[in-house]
Design a protein. Sequence first.
Length: 340
Amino acid sequence: MQLFINTYGTYIHVKDNLFEIKAKTEDGEKKHHYAASKVTSIIMSPGCAFSSDAVKLAIENNIDIVFVEYNGKPLGRVWHSKLGSTTKIRKAQLHVSTSKTGLEYIKRWLDRKLNNEADFIKNLIRHRSDKKEILAEKAEGILEMNKKIQSVEADSEIACNDSIRGFEGNAGRLFFEAVSFCMPKMWQFDGRSTRPAKDAFNVFLNYTFGILYSRVEKALIIAGIDPYIGFLHRDDYNQLSFVFDFIEPYRIWAVEVVFRLFSGKKVKKSHIDEIHNGVRLNKEGKVLLMPAFVKFFDETRIRYKGRNLIRSHIMQLDAHSFANELIGTKTNKIPELITF
């Protein structure tokens, strides 16, 4: 099991050779006990305490301790002397990154991404019959780009990646043209823009992607995967290349969160500020966005692999499944996640 310690003031120490967690509640304080043999990782948020004897017990039992910021971005990790499968996972990841198998993973993730985008557009058609013809054309174009990606064969690494990026870029253009077409007229936009965003939709989406990047990075680190060893996005100094690879199937969730805010007429001009050559999301905008993001990712459950799971747990499950594939371990077991 994995222990997520999020509540301010929660304290972990050792009692009778068990982890004792003292968590603050409205009724005072509750204590929970877990055997070290049952715990695989402990994720600590700011404002929580961890005794030295608890660190020692974790190290002795090959348990990962990951410290994260309030937004979930990993700050650091306590490495134990027995690295367990972590080294094996990273060696396998490095090997796969330069092999034909790496290309197959890229195609798999982009297949999910582009099918998600096509499905999103098809769902828009249900309530926009007057826009059916144009939206159907965009969805079909995205699926056609996906077919081209899936047909790419291993040649030279650079040639493969350049071809895939080109097809993916064309699909992205079609997708955001469809999204803009369905937006309220005052919020329609001309393609993606970053650093800075040129319009309200992009500034909301950029901020949401930023949160999602940190969530994916955390999931990868917890699973023992190196976020810097990329397959499609190659290694640059201090670039989380594999985060950019692994995030692809989940980008649609960020789009859905933002699109709902705009289509629900919840976004106002007061939520953004004009800056030189663009706009930025202000405090009011973040107050609107963050509860919607948290509800969508951490509270709303969807059906996945026979279980009703929240989306953040789905990403963690996928990260563990990928790590297991790298080292030849097949499992459909969903890791138990306990949050304080």
